[in-house]
Design a protein around this ligand. Structure first.
Ligand SMILES: [Fe+2]
Length: 242
């Protein structure tokens, strides 16, 4: 019997760019040669060169959220490609975007990039309209979930209670083999699986919202430095009794 062709309809390429170790992702739809760039920022020339190397044209820009380090390359992309901008309606409201072209989404929406389907998840906490983008078993997480970390909640629009519920929701709805593609390279490795995060990401260990909020807002940044590694369950706040 001939082998079954299980070739994926898409590829996801990652670039680490800028002074804050941002990951910019290029989702390539192989059938149509279309591509979506997620959070274009910093050295956009490298993103454009990557697209050229793969012979794709950027038709879509997806934003995980509106912080400067994730969006400062939008205009450089638009100078070259007539791309459509996608973000959640809640984030557009928070951002007060000056752009007049975006397509606004709600959690659960799907974006069709040629033969590749991208699911939009609303994951508030870092900002009110933060989004993750799910492409089959890969999840682009922006500043919501990092490898062995999560986004800070003390900036304008941040909300640690929302982050608690967002992470709980992700734990329940995402399979253990889901590959996490974060918005920054803050850990000892650049990707991980959801299963590994359930085990070693301290933010995944809390069942009590009050303790989670305390850990996120007052404890974590004083006691942990990047590059982040795994933390054993129960060892998040040792001197606080576990
Ligand atoms: Fe951010």
């Amino acid at each position: 019997m001939p082998p079954v062709n299980k070739t994926s309809p898409f590829s996801i390429h990652a670039l680490e760019l800028g002074p804050m170790e941002n990951f910019v992702y290029l989702i390539e739809d192989k059938a149509t040669g279309r591509a979506a760039v997620v959070d274009p920022a910093w050295e956009v020339s490298e993103v454009l060169a990557l697209a050229k190397r793969h012979g794709v044209r950027i038709t879509d820009i997806l934003l995980t959220h509106s912080h400067h380090d994730h969006i400062n390359g939008i205009e450089d992309v638009l100078k070259v490609y007539d791309a459509q901008l996608h973000l959640l309606k809640d984030e557009a409201r928070f951002w007060g975007s000056y752009l007049d072209i975006p397509t606004l989404h709600h959690g659960g929406d799907r974006i069709q990039l040629g033969d590749t389907e991208i699911e939009v998840l609303h994951t508030p906490g870092h900002t009110p309209g933060s989004a993750c983008y799910k492409i089959q078993d890969q999840l682009i997480t922006g500043d919501t979930l990092f490898v062995f970390g999560c986004g800070r909640c003390d900036l304008r629009g941040g909300n640690p209670e929302q982050m608690f519920h967002t992470l709980k929701d992700m734990q329940q709805r995402l399979a253990d083999n889901t590959l996490i593609l974060p918005g920054h390279n803050y850990a000892e490795k650049s990707t991980s699986t959801m299963g590994e995060q359930l085990e070693g990401n301290p933010f995944m260990h809390f069942d009590d919202i009050g303790r989670f909020v305390h850990y996120r807002m007052h404890y974590h940044d004083k006691h942990r430095d990047s590059p982040y590694g795994p933390v054993c369950r129960g060892h998040e706040m040792p001197e606080h009794g576990g």
